[in-house]
Design a binder for this molecule. Sequence first.
Ligand code: ATP
Ligand code: RIB
Length: 404
Amino acid sequence: MFLEERREKIIDYLEDVERASVAWLASTFNVTKETIRSDLSALARQGLVQRCHGGAIIVRRNLQSRLIKETGGNFAVLLKRLESQRHKQPYQREKTRKMKGKVCILGSFNVDIVAKVARFPKGGESLLALGSTLGPGGKGANQAMAASRAGARVHFVSKVGTDQFSQFAFDHLSGSDIHSFRLYQTDAEPTGNAIIYVSQQNGENMIAIYSGANQTITDDEVAELTHELATADVLLLQLENNFSATLNAMKLAQAMGVQVIMNPAPFSSDILSCLHYVDVVTPNETEASLLSGIEVTDLASAREAAQAIVRQGARRVIITMGSRGALIYDNQQFQHIPAFPALSVDTTGAGDAFNGAFAAAIAAGDTIAQAATYAAAFASLAVEREGASNMPQQQQVAVRLAQR
Ligand code: ATP
Ligand code: RIB
């Protein structure tokens, strides 16, 4: 094995187990302890590991140390190479001693500007807001927060502008539980933002999103995901990025044998012809209606819609239905997961909480029904909190699950 390859494998191993001894690495890679010491010193100089007595510790979030300027690249060549490998032999996934599931998320970061209102304004009406906040959001970032809180090792990829909100995004992700992230920047568009009304009547929301930089992810930036996908269980995606990037990420994951969970929000008809890349699609009622052409108003119409979505190519479907819970359609069987009772304060990000927690549970090896039940408990706690990215702790989820 060449030096660079061995060093990459050492990093992969440490990413999984956090700490390893020189003696163990030397016997695993069949080299002398001196060689390993020199590898670890080189990796330490790059800021990737920290030397400790007798070995090394991974420097957590080693990928986040800077905002990264965009580059150009050729995605098609990479995909062709992966596909030709797949025909010769299945892609060798580098999974060693897995401690918890790993979820990769390619998705949006937005700045959420939220006005709390007694009721939604009518067209042409000005209304005094009861409160206002500016905070982190974006379906991708929210789902990354949720999956991390739900116990997954998360790698998040997103893109922002070069405005002051890019630093805001960086600070938010750095201070979070997200294991590692890459935050690209572009001069061409501002950081994404969302103007949100949250009604005091029922915690419901109205949102207008300007995706901005989220729409400028390049092929090369998607190709960079390859290294992370090699050790991932799940790729979780939404539809707030340029669809070319989302599609390429799905193709990459499929070529590498990584499960794809697609939260088709906000709905775009682009996804209709690409459902065969998706293992589990998780629309809410509105998105399920648009995907299937069947208006979802209750469980019976949700069943019809789920069947229509599978006919269009998706393998498994979960339709989330707010306080009515979620409907699973898997292997021609339906299962309804009721919502957990909650005191709803702000439903913004309920879907993100559900999707992030669901992906974490699937990555950890749960069945689809177990994962959806966990996600429903997790999301019921999220609607009790203000702010789309404000996710509960695992202990709170355990208590709520025990109440069922
Ligand atoms: P949003 O767009 O507001 O982020 P969404 O429409 O994508 O949300 P929902 O279907 O409203 O997603 O909610 C996702 C899941 O969250 C539901 O399946 C349910 O398990 C849980 N949930 C949502 N609202 C409530 C509620 N009021 N009480 C309990 N659980 C809820
Ligand atoms: O799902 C909620 C999210 O949708 C908000 O954080 C907003 O930024 C939009 O992306």
